[in-house]
Unconditional design. Structure first.
Length: 500
């Protein structure tokens, strides 16, 4: 049987099989080189180099045809064949080490696989050049014998490492390596001439070509399978990325809805707090308004009992005016400064009638302040005037009370000044009474609920001259800005103090 196979191969198919093998190697070299330029993955370049040097190694084996003439013309003979066989075997190790990413798995394993073969490639090149250029044949002959031993040990070590690598692609490498190793053994003269094998050199070469084809197919399948895995990974990444985008969009909508809900709750909370604040302010106004009316009625009662009828009628007219103002205040959250000062003027007119018009009352507003633009709680200044009259100037001879409105750095200062006996003397002369302190507590509550805690202040100053008390100054500081009024001071005074 072997003799018939040898006859068929030597006579008919050897050259065809060789050219088929070389054509396949050229195709693989070109394809994977193009893949390298497309993907820039080092494994493609190394595999293209491996198939290229395999192609160069078998060109000198052509007995006829173009390649035979080309190798004769270029002087590519047995020496080149042996050198290229060594080179492509070395590339084999470097290729699969990079292909399986062994460096990432274990850098030490990567060095064990690649460093020895890189040294072998350098020594092979040096011994080849020594024989080709300087005709030193002994070194290359010794190197070939040592190479077989070293590469066999390297195969054992590398394959033992491969078995420990957790990568399914390693089985393609192991299968191709085993097939090529078995085919190369059959191609060796000492093996092919065994009695139970007994084949010719060309038949052994054909078996070796078959091993080369099978090995390259295994490597090609491995590269293709890896490309499939990479594509699957990219598809999975895109799928996960799209899912993440959808999740982010859903999360974004959820957060947006949650923020809208939270904003609505906050708005409701603010509204409720404002309603509570308004309610507190209304309660405080309801407390101060009766207090105001009670004091005014006492004044009217006193006057009616003590004075003539026509003066009492004038007094009642003014009282009706202030009652209308109080009723208006009870339905409003705020007054303009103009309304507040106008109310103070009416109140002082009533009080002045009780003192037979002996009390001088004045209001001064700084030109840069527009009373129509300044807002404050209704009737919040009246308790200060009441204290100035009842506990300040009531026993003084030359009764004077003034109100001044001036701009400050942080807002507006409203000053109520009297020339009475002073706070200390007033405290000594009058009986303990909670009505004054109650009125001032109400004022504090109104200012706090309207302007906010810490945004206003009330300052009391005892006035002295030659170490004698000359009156009291109360300064109410409120937030606000100085706004130049459009009307002239004369027209403003007229509108402020006009009575109905």
């Amino acid at each position: 049987m072997p003799s018939i196979l040898d006859t068929v191969i030597e006579r008919d198919t050897y050259n065809s099989l060789l050219y088929t093998t070389l054509g396949g190697l050229l195709l693989l070299t070109t394809y994977h080189l193009m893949m390298f330029f497309q993907n820039r993955r080092k494994a493609y370049f190394l595999y293209s180099s491996y198939t290229f040097f395999s192609l160069l190694a078998y060109i000198p084996m052509a007995e006829s045809g173009f390649l035979s003439e080309l190798s004769s013309y270029l002087g590519i003979g047995e020496l080149f064949k042996e050198y290229f066989i060594i080179i492509f075997n070395c590339f084999y190790f470097v290729f699969f080490a990079n292909f399986l990413d062994i460096k990432k798995v274990n850098p030490r394993w990567y060095r064990i696989i690649t460093l020895p073969v890189l040294v072998l490639m350098v020594l092979a090149t040096a011994s080849f050049l020594m024989k080709k250029i300087w005709h030193v044949e002994s070194f290359f002959a010794l190197y070939k014998k040592l190479f077989v031993i070293v590469i066999s040990v390297q195969i054992i070590i590398s394959f033992s490492i491969l078995l420990r690598v957790k990568n399914p692609l390693k089985y393609y490498i192991i299968f191709g390596g085993i097939v090529l190793f078995a085919a190369s053994l059959v191609g060796e003269r000492s093996v092919r001439e065994l009695p139970w094998i007994n084949i010719s050199r060309k038949t052994g070469d054909v078996v070796y070509y078959f091993g080369v084809i099978m090995e390259n197919l295994a490597f090609s399948f491995a590269l293709g399978y890896q490309q499939k895995l990479n594509h699957r990974e990219k598809v999975l990444f895109k799928y996960n990325f799209i899912n993440e985008l959808k999740k982010n969009e859903i999360l974004k909508d959820s957060i947006s809805k949650e923020n809208e809900k939270r904003l609505l709750i906050e708005n409701e909370k603010i509204r409720y707090l404002q309603e509570i604040s308004d309610l507190k302010l209304s309660v405080l106004q309801s407390q101060i308004n009766p207090h105001f009316i009670f004091n005014a009625l006492n004044s009217i009662k006193y006057y009616v009992l003590e004075n003539e009828t026509h003066i009492a009628a004038e007094y009642l007219s003014k009282f009706s005016n202030i009652i209308r103002t109080i009723l208006t205040a009870s339905t409003m959250r705020e007054f303009t400064l103009e309304q507040e000062l106008h109310t103070l003027k009416i109140y002082m007119d009533i009080e002045n009638l009780r003192f037979n018009n002996e009390m001088t009352f004045s209001i001064q507003v700084h030109p840069t302040i527009n009373p129509l633009k300044v807002k404050l709680p209704p009737l919040v200044l009246q308790p200060f005037l009441e204290n100035a009259v009842l506990h300040g100037v009531s026993t003084a001879e030359n009764k004077k009370v003034s109100v001044e409105v001036n701009p400050t750095k942080d807002g507006i200062a409203i000053s109520i000044k009297d020339n009475g006996v002073g706070r200390k003397s007033a405290l000594k002369s009058r009986k303990p009474d909670n009505r004054e302190s109650m009125g001032l507590k109400i004022v504090h509550g109104m200012l706090k609920n309207y302007f906010g805690s810490g945004t206003y202040s009330i300052t009391y100053v005892d006035l002295h001259e030659n170490e004698k008390p000359t009156g009291t100054l109360v300064v109410v500081q409120i937030p606000g800005t100085s706004v130049t009024r459009n009307t002239s001071p004369e027209s403003y005074e007229k509108s402020l103090y006009s009575q109905t």
